[in-house]
Design a protein around this ligand. Structure first.
Ligand SMILES: [Zn+2]
Ligand SMILES: [Zn+2]
Length: 361
C-alpha cells in the first residue's frame, strides 16, 4: 500500500493550484475600450469619462465567449416611435466637431451629453446635395443630376415606412430650404413611383420655385411637428452651403452657429411635447462637407472625394441609443436608412447600408 494520505495531499494541492490559476485568470480579463475618439481632444476627453468597455471572459473550455448582451441582441429594440433627421447642408467637419473648441456648435455639444457621436462618418458617394440626401434617405449612392430634374431610383425611408405601416402621408414629411429636395418624396422604381409618397414642403413653393430662408424652414418645421406629429421627418437647412458658395467665410461660420441653434431648439421642442418626449430619435447629419483648404477653391465648393467633402457629422439622441459617448468606428451615409428602418420596424428593400450597431443600448 502506498501512502493514501500522500496521494490525497497531492490531489488537494493540485486542485488548489488549478483554482488559484483560474481565479488569477478571471481577475484579469482583457478589457477593450471601444469608446470614443472623435476627431478632437475635447470630445474625446468627455467621451472617455464614461467609456464603454467590452469585457472578454478569460479563456475557459467550458464556456463560449460572447459579447455582453445588448437590448439590440436581446431583441428588446426599439422604444423609438418617431425619427426626426436634421440635415445641415454642407458644413465642413473642421468647422463642426473637428474644431476642438466646438465654438460653432454649442447646442450640439449639449445634445451630445444625452446622445452618441460618430467621429468617423462619411459620404462615400457623390458629395453633392441631391446625391447626399438621396444616400441618407434610400441607402444608395447615386450620381444624381443636382438641380432636382431627376428622381432617386429606389424607394426612400418615407415610402417604405408609409407602405409598411399603412399610415397617411402626413405621418412622413420632408421640409427643406432647397426646393430641389422635393425629389426625396418619390422615386423611379417600378411599383413605387408615385406610391406611398410623404408630404413635402420644399423651397419657396415646391420644386423649381427657388430656395427659401432657413428661418422660414425652421418655422415650417415647428408648424408641421405641432400640426401633424409626423413619425418620420427630414428637415434641411441650407445656409452653411449657401454662404460657402458665396465665398463669405464669416456668414458661412455664422450659418453653422445659427443652424446649431435651430437643432437645439427643435430637440427642446420635441422633448417638451408629450407625443414625442422620450420616444423620438433625433439625428443630425450633413449631405456633404466642403473641400479641404488645399483642394481646389477650398471651403467655397465641394463635390469631389477629398476628405473635407466626405467627412460629415453624425450625432444622434434617442431612447435606444447610448448617451454621452463617441465612437470612431467607420460608418457612412447609406447606413442611416438601415438604422432608421430598424428603429421604426420596417425593411429597406433596396437599401445597401448596414445597421449602425455601436450606437444602440
Ligand atoms: Zn448640399
Ligand atoms: Zn473636396
Amino acid at each position: 500500500m502506498c501512502c493514501p494520505n500522500r496521494i490525497t495531499a497531492i490531489v488537494i494541492v493540485t486542485v488548489l493550484c488549478f483554482f488559484i490559476a483560474c481565479s488569477k485568470e478571471t481577475k484579469t480579463p482583457v478589457t477593450t475600450t471601444i469608446a470614443a475618439t472623435s476627431a478632437n481632444d475635447k470630445t474625446t476627453t468627455t467621451a472617455s469619462s464614461t467609456p464603454a468597455k467590452t469585457t472578454t471572459p478569460a479563456k475557459n473550455p467550458d464556456t463560449i465567449q460572447t459579447a455582453p448582451p445588448t437590448n439590440l441582441s436581446k431583441g428588446l429594440c426599439c422604444k423609438t416611435e418617431n425619427v426626426i433627421i436634421v440635415v445641415i447642408d454642407g458644413p465642413r467637419y473642421s468647422e463642426t466637431w473637428g474644431d476642438y473648441t466646438l465654438k460653432n456648435i454649442p447646442g450640439q455639444f449639449e445634445l451630445y451629453h444625452y446622445g452618441v457621436l460618430l467621429g468617423n462618418f462619411r459620404n462615400m458617394g457623390t458629395t453633392n446635395t441631391d446625391s447626399g440626401h438621396d444616400a441618407i434617405c434610400t441607402g444608395n449612392y447615386e450620381n444624381l443630376e443636382n438641380t432636382g430634374q431627376v428622381l432617386p431610383q429606389y424607394p426612400s425611408i418615407f415610402q417604405e415606412f408609409l407602405k409598411s405601416t399603412g399610415k397617411p402621408a402626413g405621418k412622413a414629411w420632408v421640409v427643406a430650404s432647397k426646393d430641389k429636395l422635393q425629389i426625396l418624396g418619390n422615386c423611379k422604381q417600378d411599383g413605387w413611383a408615385g406610391q406611398y409618397m410623404p408630404r413635402t414642403d420644399c423651397g419657396i413653393s415646391g420644386l423649381f420655385s427657388g430656395y427659401r430662408s432657413d428661418d422660414t424652414t425652421f418655422a415650417h418645421a415647428k408648424s408641421v411637428l405641432a400640426t401633424y406629429h409626423p413619425n418620420l421627418m427630414l428637415i434641411n437647412f441650407k445656409d452653411p452651403d449657401y454662404f460657402g458658395h458665396a465665398n463669405l467665410w464669416g456668414s458661412y461660420v455664422k450659418a453653422i452657429q445659427t443652424t446649431d441653434g435651430y437643432i437645439k431648439a427643435l430637440y427642446d421642442l420635441i422633448q417638451a411635447d408629450p407625443t414625442y418626449r422620450d420616444k423620438t430619435t433625433f439625428i443630425v447629419t450633413n449631405d456633404h462637407g466642403r473641400h479641404n483648404d488645399n483642394v481646389a477653391d477650398g471651403f467655397i465648393s465641394h463635390g469631389d472625394d477629398c476628405d473635407g467633402c466626405r467627412h460629415i457629422e453624425f450625432l444622434a439622441v434617442g431612447p435606444d441609443f447610448k448617451k454621452g459617448i463617441g465612437f470612431d468606428t467607420p460608418y457612412e451615409q447609406i447606413d442611416i436608412s438601415q438604422t432608421v428602418a430598424k428603429l421604426l420596424n420596417f425593411k429597406m428593400d433596396y437599401g445597401k447600408g448596414k445597421l449602425i450597431t455601436d450606437i444602440f443600448n
